[in-house]
Each structure stands twice: as structure tokens, then as C-alpha cells.
Design a protein around this ligand. Structure first.
Ligand SMILES: Nc1ncnc2c1ncn2[C@@H]1O[C@H](COP(=O)(O)OP(=O)(O)OP(=O)(O)O)[C@@H](O)[C@H]1O
Ligand SMILES: O=C(O)c1ccc[n+]([C@@H]2O[C@H](COP(=O)([O-])O)[C@@H](O)[C@H]2O)c1
Length: 214
């Protein structure tokens, strides 16, 4: 069986240490050798990003240049329709076959609103979910039905993620990293420093491009 392929989708407006540090720890926890960053083009459930798709990808490239765990898949940028995860996973499944273990990484905030995603119940037929903790978000699901759904899929056996193609949820024990792209954009708009929140090369790019200006 091929090894577990993990994807990490996001708007990355901009990419930051909340993404990079949590996923680096997650990779050690479950044994991931490669994590593919998947920047979306048209985020389904939020206003359009401030940075263009090209700028968001440029920032991702700078952030991962010295982090060999990560690589980049720009396929969602080729679709002008909303970047529905289920559609991207269907394409990957078709390419990689039924038996390849595939995982999609999300933060706890995304898990809590997963039931609002396009065709959300089909996601578990296509991938595992690896969920990173995030400060300020409840660990319990918003309704008893959703909590039952979570418990039906949850595993505490990391090796199962590598041996089953899809259908499991791993609630990771990753550190709480109190960084969000919203906060970074707000700090920039207010003229505040963002040192320590994202890689220096990304900060240089933001300055050079005049992004998130006051
Ligand atoms: N600090 C963090 N800890 C854990 N997961 C995170 C963190 N920041 C983002 N994520 C997760 O990374 C994925 C992509 O996030 P995204 O690019 O939207 O960043 P964000 O900081 O949540 O952005 P915004 O503040 O604009 O909503 C989402 O699944 C999100 O839950
Ligand atoms: O498929 C959906 O309906 C859907 C709804 C919300 C978010 N997503 C995906 O989840 C990932 C994180 O989203 P975001 O908005 O937190 O950057 C990103 O890959 C999005 O395209 C997907």
C-alpha cells in the first residue's frame, strides 16, 4: 500500500506559524513525510481574500522554501468556481486510485463548521481528517448528532490512518498556536509589527508588495 498522502487546504491570506508549526508537530505525531499545501482560489465560505491568488501562492512558496516537509499543489487555482474540497478530493482520488490513504488537514474551527461544507458527508468516503487544535475553539461539536458522527469516525490508532484509504478522524494533540491570518491583517492595517507570527521572508514579501497596508 502507498504511504499516507496529507493535504492542507487554506486561503493562506497570509500563511503563518499557526499553519506551519502545528502541521510540523502533527507530521511527527502521525508520521507524515510530506504535506501538500493546497491554496484555494475562491474560498467557499468567506469574503474574497485581500491578497491575489498569485500573491498567496508566492507567500506559500517563500514559507516552505526551507521546510522540506511541505510541497505545493496549485490545482484549485485553475478552477474559477468555489474551491469545494469534495471536488478536489474526487480529482485526487481518481488520480491516485481507491486504495491510496489520503488525509485532509484542518483546524478545530473548520471541524466545527464542517457540516456547512458542500456535500460534507461525502468527505469521509474520500479522505481521513486530521484536526489540529486551535485556541478559542470548543472541542465538542455543536450538536449531539454531529458529536455522534465525530465519535463514529474518530480513531486513536495512528497506524490505521496509514492502512485504511479514508473514513477516520484524528484529533491531534498539537500545540495551541495563537495566530490567525485575520489578526495578522488587522495588525498590519493598524501599523503593528507581525514579527514572530510568520516567516521573515513572507513579511519581506508583504512589505515589498505593499499588502495589508494601513
Ligand atoms: N493557529 C492555527 N492553529 C491550528 N489550525 C489553524 C491555525 N490557523 C489556521 N488553521 C487552520 O488552517 C486552515 C487554513 O486556514 P486559513 O488559511 O483560513 O487561516 P486562518 O488564520 O484561519 O485565516 P483567517 O483568519 O483569514 O480566517 C484551516 O483549516 C484553519 O482551521
Ligand atoms: O468545500 C467546502 O464547502 C469548504 C468550505 C469551507 C472551507 N473549505 C476548505 O477548507 C480549507 C480551509 O478553509 P479556510 O476558509 O479556513 O481557509 C480550504 O481548503 C477551503 O477551501 C471548503
Amino acid at each position: 500500500m502507498a504511504s499516507l498522502h496529507a493535504l492542507f487546504g487554506g486561503t493562506f491570506d497570509p500563511i503563518h506559524y499557526g499553519h506551519l508549526k502545528t502541521v510540523q508537530t502533527l507530521a511527527q505525531e502521525v508520521g507524515l513525510y510530506q504535506v501538500t499545501l493546497l491554496p484555494n482560489n475562491v474560498p467557499p465560505h468567506r469574503p474574497q481574500p485581500e491578497a491575489s491568488a498569485a500573491q498567496r501562492v508566492a507567500m506559500v512558496k517563500l514559507a516552505i522554501a526551507d521546510r522540506p516537509l511541505f510541497n505545493l499543489d496549485t490545482r484549485e487555482l485553475e478552477r474559477q468556481t468555489p474551491s469545494y474540497t469534495v471536488e478536489t478530493l474526487e480529482l485526487l482520488r481518481a488520480e491516485r486510485g481507491e486504495q491510496q490513504p489520503l488525509a485532509f488537514i484542518i483546524g478545530q474551527d473548520s471541524l466545527l463548521s464542517l457540516h456547512k461544507w458542500h456535500r460534507w458527508q461525502q468527505l469521509m468516503d474520500l479522505c481521513h481528517l486530521l484536526v489540529c487544535q486551535r485556541p478559542g475553539y470548543d472541542r465538542a461539536m455543536p450538536t449531539p448528532d454531529l458529536q455522534r458522527w465525530l465519535e463514529q469516525h474518530q480513531t486513536q490508532d495512528a497506524s490505521a490512518l496509514h492502512h485504511q484509504p479514508a473514513g477516520l478522524i484524528w484529533l491531534a494533540d498539537t500545540p495551541l498556536v495563537p495566530v490567525s491570518a485575520t489578526d495578522i491583517r488587522r495588525r498590519r492595517h493598524q501599523g503593528l509589527s507581525c514579527d514572530d507570527l510568520l516567516p521573515p521572508a513572507v513579511i519581506d514579501y508583504i512589505n515589498y508588495q505593499g499588502l495589508y497596508r494601513p
